[in-house]
Ligand binder design. Sequence first.
Ligand code: NAD
Ligand code: USQ
Length: 403
Amino acid sequence: MEKKIVILGGDGFCGWPTALHLSAKDYNVTIVDNLSRRLIDVELGASSLTPIKSTERRLEAWTRITGRQINFEKIDAAKDYEALKSLLNRVRPDTVIHFAEQRAAPYSMKSATHKTYTVDNNIGATHNLLSILSELELDTHVVHLGTMGVYGYDDAGLEIPEGYLPVQIKTETGEFISREVLYPTDPGSVYHMTKSMDQLLFQFYAKNDGIRVTDLHQGIVWGTQTEETRLSESLINRFDYDGDYGTVLNRFLMQAAVGHPLTVHGTGGQTRAFIHIQDTVRCIALAVENPPARGARVKILNQITECHRVRDLASIVSKVTGAKVAFVDNPRKEADENDLRVSNATFIDLGLKPTTLENGLLAETMDIAVKYALRHDPAMIPCVSTWTSTQRPGEVKERQAIA
Ligand code: NAD
Ligand code: USQ
């Protein structure tokens, strides 16, 4: 029988290509989204570099091109408990994929209002979903998009395991007992903190209600297009480049395309984990197909394919494009330099063949940035949200040292 999937946040950067990929794989897909991400663009005066169509026009295009239908419900998962409950009761999905959170760290640090919104929205959406599944007694598998940032970027000198850390605890009698605990969380922004809090909500509902949960600790996603979004310009995915939502590698590629120096924060010694959007959708399909057993602990998988230092990424982009590199003030509170090694053993065992920077898609992303470069607004490039009131924005100043 056709499997049913509800995708919370299915109009967003990761959710849209995931919805298309799963529809192409014959799942019956329903997108739930309150379109808050499009409204935040209006608030910031920003917009996707790529000309994304309205949700309705994207969905019409998908049906026209493939003959497949994706349903759409405009519901706020954090606020409209009854509407979400009624939908889940009607659809009774095999899987809910949960992307519906405010996902930009800089936006979450902008002001007290933005901090509150991020916490209320993210925790509200996650808790509503779990509470509804418990109330309806549905055996639905929840696949949640978490983040590598819950582990923190402290160089612990070990490969970061998938969610759980084996520990030995010395008792009062001097004996050692062994346990596996959730890896100690060390978030670096209010946004990342909400993902740490999500982990506890999942742990509780898995234990108390037997809800099956897979939490995907994803790295920074780069690229724009996937097999399905490439089919037509009407299906094109978002390309965020602004100082709040643009992520580092896509920003560097876009900056190179418009002749802006690459904005490396601080020394650029920050090492982060990355994944291409095509691999994001493949990993999510693998996670959907491999749920944990009912009553099992939360299954945590690291959804990443490679780690890079920010200044090395700038150097790669600079070599390919001739772009200048600018070391700007770091508007964030984060370690200047860190090492990072991450286990992604489960996805590799499940058959993921990583798309790395060397596989040619850097050129595709650059081509997209060049194609739509005229749509950019230079005023949106600097990272103006700071972590504390004493910090300065990450903008290129006159006479800035440029390498
Ligand atoms: P996005 O902002 O593009 O998409 C999120 C979508 O959720 C948007 O369409 C938004 O309108 C919707 N949404 C937000 N709150 C909602 C609510 N209360 N009710 C209904 N819809 C709501 O973000 P994205 O880049 O697609 O990220 C998706 C998920 O993946 C997020 O949870 C994010 O934390 C996680 N993630 C993203 C990245 C990345 O690099 N983009 C990396 C790691 C993890
Ligand atoms: N950075 C620069 N220059 C820029 C932009 C960013 O040097 O112009 C630096 C930042 O200071 C940071 C690093 O690049 O050290 C990564 O920043 P980012 O904006 O690319 O990524 P981040 O804020 O961590 O957030 C993104 C997504 C988030 C997801 C996270 C995965 O927005 O939703 O959870 O990546 S991870 O980083 O692995 O936690």
